[in-house]
Write a protein that binds this ligand. Structure first.
Ligand SMILES: Cc1ncc(COP(=O)(O)O)c(C=O)c1O
Length: 390
């Protein structure tokens, strides 16, 4: 079980959960902007370009706010590249779209190259197939530095036999000549030392070529907005890397952009004691926060105590036996009809929702914790469920 990285309720401790329909994601634009300011500071001190990884957070209602602070987006394929250009990374504002896909589909490649500034290939053979000298955009190679830093093997792109990135020990001088960019993504919710170790490994093998790249993209997984992240050390590192290589340095965090900026509100539908005290919610871990089951991890609950008087197993509304958020302790008993909220759900939950079992999708609301304005930006209906099926 992975530990949750949520650092507390923050302003959500003051939010009245009954103000939104249930279920609902609520994003605090003030917290989001706070995170963006941390990233902007890193950009301005180091001349690094910072791109939002849309896979983590794609809430396009806040596209204009995000593009005020960041340089563009990292996309994982055609649809994210389209979303990026439409809402987050306008071409006429000089924003960047950098697309990486482990392999490209023949149907998509032309539009991807139209939309993107950088296209990153997972292997020399993908470049041979889709890239080449006729392509007008910049072409990069994703490498696997073979320096595993991940806590969990299945999430580590450096694990043995990984399909992500060309193994650094198989990179040759003639290969390098075909690319003007170098890309690596190996971290997950990590702080500065793993990045430092990873780059040491890369430079020990590829250092002799590093002045051949016009850009170096250090991927995502940097927990830059966590309060204990070593921002000063990162800044020093980024300045040195730029000076040493002469390359434009890019970072593409996802989670760090929306860290602690959103909650998932639900309602207690029933309580039953079968020897285990279950509270059944109108939420579903498998439909609304699949990482709870996939990672797995236990999300923090608003008001949860380490040692409370009342203990509940919070379970989802789907038929999946394992659709459980976890066991929680509270000082007050839960009531049927009561609202609850899981913390730190803006990233990797909203983008992963599904309608398995006909479970309704959560609405999406934008809240401003300073002036208390609240806007429901999206409601879903039966039509959304029906539209996805045939
Ligand atoms: C290539 C790439 N870039 C960026 C990211 C964003 O990572 P994070 O949201 O952990 O910062 C990911 C996440 O998997 C990724 O695969």
């Amino acid at each position: 079980m992975l530990p949750t990285q949520a650092s507390g309720a923050g302003a959500f401790a003051q939010f009245d959960l009954n103000r939104v329909p249930s279920p609902c994601f609520v994003v605090d634009e003030v917290k989001l902007e706070e995170n963006l300011k941390v990233l902007q500071l890193i950009r301005s001190k180091t001349d690094t370009k910072i791109l939002l990884a849309l896979k983590a957070f794609s809430m396009w209602a806040v596209g204009p706010l995000i593009s005020k602070y960041l340089d563009g987006c990292c996309a994982s394929g055609l649809w994210e590249a389209r979303l990026a250009r439409k809402y987050f990374a306008k071409k006429d504002e000089g924003k960047i779209v950098s697309t990486f896909s482990p392999a490209y589909h023949p149907h998509d490649i032309e539009e991807i190259t139209d939309l993107s500034d950088h296209i990153i290939f997972n292997s020399p053979s993908q470049r041979e197939k889709w890239g080449g000298d006729n392509l007008s955009i910049s072409q990069g190679l994703r490498i696997n530095p073979l320096n595993p830093e991940g806590l969990v093997g299945k999430y580590d792109p450096c694990r043995p036999g990984s399909r992500l990135g060309w193994p650094i020990d198989q990179v040759t001088e003639s290969m390098i000549k075909d690319f003007d960019g170098l890309h690596l993504h190996t971290l997950c919710e990590q702080d500065f030392p793993p990045l430092d170790r990873t780059w040491s490994k890369v430079s020990s093998v590829l250092g002799k070529y590093s002045d051949q790249f016009s850009w170096i993209n250090l991927g995502g997984g940097h927990h830059l907005t966590r309060t204990d992240y070593q921002v000063d050390e990162l800044v020093e590192f980024l300045i040195q890397l730029r000076n040493e290589t002469g390359a434009q340095i890019l970072l593409e965090p996802g989670e760090a952009v929306a860290l602690d900026a959103g909650i998932l509100v639900g309602e207690v539908l029933d309580i039953m004691d079968t020897g285990v005290n279950h509270a059944l919610l109108d939420l579903s871990a498998t439909c609304h926060a699949p990482d709870v089951i996939e990672a797995p991890y236990r999300p923090s609950l608003l008001g949860d105590k380490e040692k409370g008087k009342y203990c509940y197993r919070l379970g989802g509304v789907s038929c999946l036996a394992g659709d459980v958020f976890g066991d929680y302790q509270l000082n007050e008993p839960l009531r049927i009809g009561q609202r609850i909220a899981f913390l730190d759900q803006a990233h990797y939950s909203m983008v992963k929702t599904n309608t398995f079992n006909g479970v309704p999708l959560p609405s999406i609301a934008l809240w401003n914790s300073e002036n208390d304005n609240l806007r429901i930006v999206k409601r879903f209906s039966f039509d959304d469920f029906e539209e996805r099926l045939s």
